[in-house]
Write a protein that binds this ligand. Structure first.
Ligand SMILES: [Zn+2]
Length: 339
């Protein structure tokens, strides 16, 4: 184990052959119990020799499709079909999952802004540290599944960062095509230094993210793509050789989000009316939406525009937004260049 020992205990043995289902136990002192724990579901399936894959859902509690897809695979993956090891955590931030919120109600933190974490920190920091220091050293490839949560809707997609090493870049693009979402977005994020993805990449591990829904509901097609994508990714990594449906030949369009000009932010707090759906073709200067001030008679709405031509990756739709919230993200065809 790493220099500073984790306070989290695992009741499963990561080196044991076969299927193990259980919990990670993170200590949490609370009013009802000074020695209480929080139990995080984990399933490990190991057989023979081969790569170790990590599938995570529920790092944000209000993103449902990943939780459904990862927990279904965790229930059904047959060890006899596996060569290697698959570590599945369908509800990493279990307090946020049960609270149906992006942030953890335990410490009011976004776990995906806590990496590489701190074993002596808050609940979210402690779990982030466990993933970074205990789990990731075992892992060869990671798929961290997300949606746009309540704040936006997303064109159904995998995503990845630009990787300087050409072999790593080519392999990750191939992995995204294997996953088979309609889009794969090579992107430059607004705040990426403290995400699970950043920890995975620092260790040179193959990394994919997803955005398979949003707007605070379960996207039926998003669940289907996540479910199929995980199975196809297992085959891509040669951990399984499972037969897939005959008509199953998805085409993935590689896109990029290169800088802040792909983003539109709300210039004020208000009630946001979006003008397009995720996946729509949009043009620079067109309205992304209108901010309404219904509390104020005769207050003209503010038009928020797109800064680039492209395809709408994320479209806000929570109703009320705060000043500085992202209300639209546009993606462009991937040019193959450095981002
Ligand atoms: Zn998320």
């Amino acid at each position: 184990m790493a220099e500073a020992a984790s306070r989290i205990t695992a009741e499963i043995d990561f080196d044991q052959q076969g299927r193990q289902a259980g919990y990670l136990r993170a200590p949490l002192s609370r009013n009802t119990s000074g020695w209480g724990v929080i139990e995080i579901p984990i399933v490990v399936v190991k057989n023979g020799s081969g790569p170790t894959l990590l599938f995570t859902g529920g790092i944000h509690g209000d993103e449902y499709e990943p939780q459904i897809a990862v927990s279904e695979l965790a229930r059904t993956l047959d060890p006899a079909t596996v060569q290697g090891r698959v570590i599945m955590l369908p509800a990493v931030n279990i307090p946020a999952v049960m609270n149906d919120t992006r942030l953890s109600p335990v410490d009011d933190r976004d776990m995906n802004r806590c990496f590489p974490g701190d074993p002596r920190g808050t609940f979210s920091e402690m779990v982030a540290h466990y993933l970074d220091a205990v789990i990731l050293p075992m892992v060869d490839a990671s798929v961290d599944l997300h949606t746009a949560g309540h704040s936006s809707d997303a064109a159904l997609s995998t995503n990845m960062h630009y990787i300087a090493d050409p072999d790593g870049m080519a392999r990750t693009l191939a992995a995204a095509e294997a996953f088979g979402a309609p889009y794969n977005v090579v992107f430059s994020g607004v705040d990426e230094g403290a995400t699970l993805t950043s920890s995975v990449e620092r260790r040179g591990i193959l990394s994919l993210g997803t955005e398979v829904g949003g707007w605070g509901r379960v996207n039926i097609e998003g669940v289907r793509i996540a479910r199929r994508g995980l199975r196809r990714f297992l085959n891509f990594m040669e951990v399984t050789e499972t037969g897939l449906e005959e008509d199953d030949d998805p085409k993935t369009r590689h896109m990029q989000v290169s800088d802040r000009a792909n983003y539109s932010f709300a210039p004020a707090a208000g009630l946001f009316e979006p003008c397009n759906l995720a996946g729509d073709t949009v043009r620079s200067g067109d309205p992304a939406g209108y901010l309404h001030f219904v509390e104020d008679v005769d207050h003209e709405p503010i038009k928020v525009t797109y800064k680039r031509d492209g395809v709408l990756w994320m479209s806000a739709g929570p109703g009320r937004v705060a000043r500085g919230d992202t209300v639209a993200v546009v993606m462009n065809e991937y040019t193959g260049g450095r981002l």
